[in-house]
Ligand binder design. Structure first.
Ligand SMILES: NC(=O)c1ccc[n+]([C@@H]2O[C@H](COP(=O)([O-])OP(=O)(O)OC[C@H]3O[C@@H](n4cnc5c(N)ncnc54)[C@H](OP(=O)(O)O)[C@@H]3O)[C@@H](O)[C@H]2O)c1
Length: 302
């Protein structure tokens, strides 16, 4: 399968590139900033440039495009809604349409932040979207544009993405920050009033390719089976590091002054992806064990 990964330098995109290479697929990437140690050729692309994107599709002639490019700074979206809507809302529709015209499979990545988080039970794919901030509104607009313009596309919603960078192997996301604090013996206040189903980037990347390979379309949730607060997640990390658990302190979303409102409970129901691929999604504990294994293999290789 010839794969083109948009946003290849990011946390998820870099893992999609390595997941494609791992299964012997041909892969190319697009980046906006300079790629770090990319194992594949990467072309420059701002996804808002629809003509350049279409030209790249003709040049690379991929079978599959995975769009991991997005404006992911949730507070930054609040400050610059025009840019957020252009990158997250409009560009994905142009990409989907260009892929549909050329018979290319299109996988687009979205977010649990399309939900308002007022339901206490995990959201399945039919849950009512009602974003609370510009980021979620722009991502929901992107989902709708993709579905309207390419009926065969797949929209995958992820939640609280973390893991290791696919090119550098460096830890990324929330656990990277918490591990740093705990390793330095510093206390870290973590929210007890937010619930998420963390998606490990490497696992999510492989799952996106499995779904594309299986010809799945529509909307699907790709996350772990564990519905956790960041505080509970931090306690899991402290256990793994053998760190003093009292360093993981209780905090509240209300303690932090941020531009964008966060939804309190956006755990995703992953039954649909499990049924589509006939296998269970991992728990967060299993995902953390996979990261520890990868990091110790890297250390041995150094
Ligand atoms: N991170 C999370 O917790 C989370 C949760 C749920 C869903 N998601 C979704 O998962 C996807 C991947 O997120 P991630 O965590 O991998 O984020 P990330 O590390 O911030 O990667 C996003 C990538 O998009 C690129 N990008 C931004 N604006 C662009 C533009 N105009 N044109 C082309 N590329 C552009 C960035 O490139 P530069 O660095 O060069 O600007 C970056 O490499 C996104 O769709 C996001 O909405 C993320």
């Amino acid at each position: 399968m010839r794969t083109l990964v948009l946003g290849a330098n990011g946390q998820l995109g870099s893992n999609v590139v390595t997941a494609a290479l791992d299964r012997g697929w041909e892969a190319h990437g697009t980046v906006r900033s300079s790629p770090e140690r990319a194992p594949v050729e990467c072309s420059r692309l701002d996804i808002r440039d629809a003509d350049r994107a279409a030209a790249l599709l003709d040049e690379r002639a991929p079978d599959l495009v995975v769009n991991c490019a997005a404006m992911t700074d949730v507070d930054g979206c609040e400050a610059d809604p025009e840019r957020a809507h252009a990158v997250n809302g409009e560009a994905p529709g142009d990409l989907a349409s260009a892929c549909a015209d050329r018979g290319i499979r299109f996988v687009h990545v979205s977010t649990d932040y399309v939900f308002d988080g007022r339901d206490q039970t995990p959201y399945d794919e039919s849950g009512e979207a009602n974003p609370l901030q510009v980021y979620g509104e722009s991502k929901l607009a992107g989902e709708r544009a993709v579905r309207n313009l390419d009926a065969d596309s797949l929209v995958a919603r992820l939640s609280f993405v973390y893991g290791t960078h696919g090119f550098t192997g460096e830890p990324t996301g929330f656990p990277a920050w918490v591990r740093g604090k705990l390793a330095a013996g510093e206390s870290v206040p973590l929210f007890t009033d937010q619930h998420v189903t963390p998606s490990r980037a490497g696992q999510a990347a492989a799952t996106l390719l499995d779904l594309a390979d299986a010809g799945e379309s529509g909307t699907v949730h790709v996350a772990s089976r564990s519905c956790l607060t960041p505080h509970e997640f931090g306690r899991l990390l402290a256990d793994r590091l053998d760190a003093d658990p009292t360093l993981v302190e209780e905090g509240s979303m209300g303690d932090v002054d941020r531009e964008a409102t966060r939804p309190p409970h956006t755990c995703l129901d992953v039954s649909a992806v499990e049924a589509a691929l006939d296998r269970p999604q991992p728990t967060t504990d299993e995902d953390l064990a996979a990261i520890d294994d990868a990091l110790s293999l890297d250390r041995r290789a150094d």
